[in-house]
Write a protein that binds this ligand. Structure first.
Ligand code: AHZ
Length: 309
């Protein structure tokens, strides 16, 4: 099957100069027959490469400046949230903002830099839906490499036409509006390139950008240099009394609590994954990822309740 989008159907059709036909092989087998002097890539002008990237990026910035949902953080919970939301609601425009260059957060490895990833049942249902193979060990399942889970999930999320991932981009603040009862509603995010965010101390005048959205889902992980971002901001804005403070490790208590408590924390702000442990003072679970996947599924449901209200 031809996996390229015909130029006439591309939403970026204004972007291209006339394509140069390289008369290249159409299949790998045809190409393999040409490992000789006749082999060459289709010719290109450097500016075509620049324009192919920048026009798409700026079209996306323009398009997603008004999003329906913004997900902050593309770790195991954020990506599970994005998958659940995008697969249910192709009509929603979903922006994912990830501070790191590489999306996936802590989900490229299991625990202590080991490769296997453990998920307690019933989170195996999520793996079945994604088509990620696992060993069944009774009460829990094991994916042979955490990267298999994360890369499969990521590839599916990125393939949804209604999802845009902005990586290397940090959420620096939240957009808020006053409510009738004197509190605030979250109405979007304030963003900047992560490398810029890291240099506010030694450079001046590096103002941020914004994305408006009726619902923001924050899944930035537990407290750390970047983590628990929205929970901390809600405390500094006096919308939460204090950080709950993540408690010690207790797998049984932690996983149930994180999934059950995944919810809208203040109007317009749903929090999921380990960031929640800093809201409620829940235990950590250590290297078992079922709660991250199912907190993502629940965050999508909670978001739709807010959206449809
Ligand atoms: O880069 C962060 C990571 O990819 C990103 N992030 C954090 N702050 C951000 C900001 N703007 C944009 N201000 C930001 N992105 O959020 C992602 C969080 O991923 P994670 O893997 O740290 O969190 P998670 O809740 O998805 O998964 C937690 C996994 C853990 S921690 C744990 C324990 O400590 O016991 N156990 C498990 C399973």
């Amino acid at each position: 099957a031809d996996i390229t989008t015909p130029l006439s159907k591309s939403p970026y059709k204004g972007a291209a100069v006339q394509p140069i036909d390289g008369s290249q092989a159409k299949t790998l087998a045809e190409m393999e027959a040409r490992w000789d002097d006749s082999f060459s890539f289709a010719p290109i002008r450097e500016s075509q490469v620049s324009r192919a990237m920048t026009r798409r990026y700026f079209a996306d910035l323009d398009e997603y400046a008004e999003s329906d949902v913004v997900i902050v953080g593309a770790g195991s919970c954020g990506l599970s949230t994005a998958y659940s939301l995008a697969s249910r609601r192709p009509d929603l425009k979903i922006a994912i903002i990830e501070a790191g260059v590489a999306p996936g957060g802590g989900a490229w490895l299991g625990g202590q830099l080991f490769s296997a990833m453990v998920m307690r049942k019933p989170a195996d249902a999520f793996l079945r839906e994604l088509g990620v193979p696992f060993d069944d060990e009774g009460a829990f399942v094991v994916v042979k490499h955490a990267a298999l889970f994360t890369s499969t999930l990521l590839s599916k999320v990125l393939a949804f036409p209604n999802v845009k991932l902005f990586n290397a981009t940090a959420v620096e603040d939240l957009i808020t509006r006053p409510t009738a009862d004197g509190k605030v509603r979250v109405a979007g995010v304030v963003t900047n390139w992560t490398l810029v965010s890291m240099h506010h101390d030694d450079q001046s005048c590096m103002d941020p950008n914004t994305i408006n959205a009726p619902v923001v889902i924050s899944t930035t992980g537990h407290d750390g240099p970047f983590g628990a971002f929205s929970a901390k901001r809600m405390v500094s804005m006096q919308q939460l009394k204090e950080l709950g403070g993540m408690r010690g490790l207790d797998m049984n208590r932690a996983e149930d609590a994180i999934v059950k408590r995944t919810r809208e924390i203040v109007p317009g702000l749903v929090i999921g994954g380990m960031e929640l442990s800093e809201v409620d003072g829940a235990n950590r679970m250590g290297p078992t990822f079922g709660a991250m996947a199912l907190s993502g599924v629940k965050a999508a449901e909670e978001t739709l309740k807010v959206w449809d209200a």
